[in-house]
Design a protein around this ligand. Structure first.
Ligand SMILES: [Zn+2]
Length: 180
């Protein structure tokens, strides 16, 4: 992952309830069940708006063109979120089993996962998203956050499931890992 992307990782802790009742969490970046799409009508405008820019400018300029979709991990429905619609739109698959995982990385099981922990204003949160496991915790004291980060890093790194990891305490990067 590009180093600058870490600055855009914000723990929003929102969740969406699927029509089947399952809670879909939107708690971090790089979720295997979320994708962004661009309308064909906007495609070339998007390329134009994002060319010859710095990485940060490109991210900002491109964001307006993306709409979000999620897949429910329970029933396989796709949920489309459009900024011009107040509610999520649900699309149920014809064949659930064949439809699971359709929003994963094109790299499939080779996708390098990430681990991200941040402590700020007296509370910490941690997310890990990998092909073997994902999870999150929030409202953590600093000592517990450091212990959990170290444990998760050791576990996931030994399984070769990590592409990158960060531990950021009060805006200081205490630990950083990027796969070669
Ligand atoms: Zn569902």
């Amino acid at each position: 992952m590009h180093a600058s992307v870490w600055r855009y990782l914000i723990c929003t802790m929102t969740k969406i309830k699927c029509s089947c009742g399952y809670m879909i969490y939107d708690q971090s970046d790089s979720l295997s069940y979320r994708a962004y799409f661009i309308a064909d009508q906007d495609r070339y405008d998007f390329h134009e708006a994002t060319e010859n820019k710095t990485f940060e400018q490109m991210i900002m300029a491109g964001a307006a063109y993306f709409q979000e979709m999620f897949q429910c991990n329970s029933c396989g429905s796709l949920l489309l979120l459009r900024r011009d619609k107040e509610q999520a739109l649900f699309f149920r698959p014809e064949h659930k089993e064949k439809s699971m995982g359709v929003l994963e990385s094109y790299r499939g099981k080779k996708w390098p996962g990430n681990l991200y922990a941040v402590f700020r204003e007296g509370a910490g949160h941690i997310n890990w998203n990998t092909n073997i496991e994902r999870g999150f915790r929030e409202h953590m004291p600093l000592d517990e956050l450091r212990i959990l980060y170290e444990r998760k890093f050791t576990e996931l790194h030994s399984e070769a499931a990590l592409g990158s990891a960060r531990l950021i305490v009060n805006d200081v990067t205490e630990h950083q890992y990027d796969q070669e």
